[in-house]
Design a binder for this molecule. Structure first.
Ligand SMILES: NC(=O)c1ccc[n+]([C@@H]2O[C@H](COP(=O)([O-])OP(=O)(O)OC[C@H]3O[C@@H](n4cnc5c(N)ncnc54)[C@H](OP(=O)(O)O)[C@@H]3O)[C@@H](O)[C@H]2O)c1
Length: 326
């Protein structure tokens, strides 16, 4: 496939490595500033660069959007309305209203759209979900997971700035929430959360408890001001599963009584290759959404994050429709 990448920040290096490593081409890069985009293009051997998304999307098979969260909706809808398939970084957008707008644009133009929640495509999860379905650990009763790192407070950075939809929940809290969703495959019945807010009112650290059917629980955490344990445990009625670095996992440990087993599924490249292959598969089969990260899945995840934000009192300029395009 021939890809346009939109945004040329830190994460694009992973995408480029995995795309090229699986035989895809990066043919264009779009940025806010032509000079910066051109420097990036030259460094990375990309032919076309600039600011005009529509011009740059001529002749591409799909676009990968990797701008800050606040810019996803605008970039994606512009491309979808023109019929350009989109793989858009997580979270798909800042709030439910924006995600709905993107999904409607995809529906109306009959064009592919998928959130780049790469964790859902990792091979180790095929194993973990299979073990759970086969009853290896009995009924899961607790998912305990956290993802947090200590990043210096910088009010203008993507992580901390409310205008860019900063805070830990949308940036990294989405990973433990995704794990709970992968295991329980349903929306929680009760949601409780508490957070430490930054001076600008984004969540620096959050603790979330979710309650599912049959009183199964998820205790989840995320932070941008603290290094958290960064692992996951799934405890069932008759065994447990440990997943180190669960968002990019390559191994899992199962324990049942005194028996402990390690299963390893190493990434072929860096883990992004699986979602890239999924886009390729969906497009070649004429699908507009992937069953692995469906529109419904992204809509329900953002609805949950909207309700958590409302509980902890975090709102963004982008929650106001007038601020859709900053
Ligand atoms: N899947 C993963 O593992 C993973 C990991 C990290 C991040 N992400 C996601 O990828 C996206 C980008 O993250 P990143 O860490 O790569 O970000 P980053 O390093 O801050 O880069 C952001 C890019 O967006 C451009 N941009 C466009 N509009 C902007 C604006 N209004 N303000 C600031 N920059 C703007 C910047 O270019 P100019 O400044 O030149 O315009 C830059 O190229 C986020 O949505 C994040 O959640 C995913």
């Amino acid at each position: 496939m021939r890809w346009l990448i939109v945004g040329h920040g830190k994460i694009t290096a992973n995408f480029i490595e995995a795309a090229r490593g699986t035989g895809h081409e990066i043919v264009a890069v779009a940025g806010r500033n032509s000079e910066r985009a051109s420097t990036f293009a030259n460094k990375n051997g990309i032919d076309k660069s600039g600011e005009d998304l529509l011009f740059l999307s001529e002749g591409v098979d799909a676009a990968y959007i990797a701008t800050p969260h606040s810019e996803h909706c605008n970039g994606a809808t512009t491309l979808l309305e023109k019929g350009v398939p989109v793989l858009c970084e997580k979270p798909l957008a800042v709030n439910h209203r924006q995600v709905e707008k993107m999904v409607n644009a995809a529906k109306e133009s009959n064009t592919f759209l998928m959130e780049a929640m790469w964790t859902r495509h990792l091979p180790i999860y095929e194993e973990v979900i299979d073990w759970i379905k086969k009853g290896l650990i009995g009924e899961p009763k607790l998912v305990d997971a956290s993802l947090g790192f200590d990043s210096p407070y910088d009010p203008e950075s993507r992580l901390w700035d409310p205008k860019l939809a900063g805070g830990s929940l949308l940036d990294v809290g989405i990973y433990p929430l995704t794990l709970a969703d992968l295991i329980y495959e349903t929306t929680p019945e009760n949601v409780f959360s508490l957070a430490e807010l930054s001076p600008d009112g984004v969540d620096a650290h959050i603790a979330i408890t979710l309650q599912y059917q049959n009183s199964a629980l998820a205790t989840l955490g995320s932070a941008i001001n603290l290094s958290l344990p960064n692992g996951a445990s799934i405890l069932g009625e008759s065994g447990s599963i440990e997943i180190p670095y669960f968002w990019c996992a390559q191994k899992a440990f199962t324990t049942k009584g005194s028996e402990k087993r390690e299963t390893v599924r190493p990434h072929e490249i860096n883990g992004f290759e699986y979602q890239i292959r999924e886009v390729d598969r969906c497009l070649s089969e004429g699908l507009t959404q992937s069953p692995k990260v469906s529109w419904e899945c992204s809509l329900s995840m953002i609805q949950l994050m909207d309700s958590i934000r409302s509980e902890i009192g975090v709102s963004y300029p982008a929650d106001d429709e007038e601020h859709d395009g900053i």
